[in-house]
Write a protein that binds this ligand. Structure first.
Ligand code: AMP
Length: 143
């Protein structure tokens, strides 16, 4: 079974982040520029939260607040669910489904952020793994 660290090695380990005192507007701008759905919220090198498009929809648009005057720390989720590189891709997929989240920050044994995985990355990885298994089985059957 593929592990998260192998997935990170193939997808790259770029981590896009914002600070807690940046405006929500700046965060949304970065999300759009990088074509991603969530950002790690960092206080120096410490992961203190996560902010996603869903937070923007629910906490800003629905509540009629301004993204320019609301700070990231006011809408982020502080209780971050993380995984480490030794965990399996399927295990993490199960965790994300259970928690209804689409983003998973990956931390090392010291708690340092080393990457960010989305549910799309995991789905792509599982499909590639299954295609490879199917290919092996086809070769086996056809001798
Ligand atoms: P998402 O499905 O990732 O767009 O996020 C849905 C909600 O869960 C938002 O409120 C996010 O802030 C929150 N969220 C996303 N990823 C995580 C995570 N890894 N740990 C905790 N909360 C998260």
């Amino acid at each position: 079974m593929r592990r998260i660290k192998e997935l990170l090695a193939s997808k790259g380990d770029s981590i896009w982040s914002v600070g807690p005192d940046q405006s929500v507007y700046e965060a949304i701008h970065l999300l759009a520029e990088k074509e991603i759905g969530a950002l790690a919220v960092m206080d120096g090198d410490r992961l203190i939260g996560i902010v996603s498009e869903r937070d923007y929809a629910r906490q800003i648009i629905l509540k009629g607040r301004s993204s320019e005057t609301t700070l990231v720390k006011d809408i982020m989720t502080s209780n971050v669910v993380t995984a480490n590189g030794d965990q399996g891709v399927r295990e993490c997929m199960g965790r994300m489904t259970e928690k209804r989240i689409r983003h998973l920050p990956i931390v090392d044994n010291d708690g340092k952020l080393i990457g960010m995985i989305s549910i799309g990355d995991l789905v792509r990885s599982v499909i590639a793994e299954q295609q490879s298994t199917i290919g092996d089985l086809e070769k086996y059957i056809s001798g």
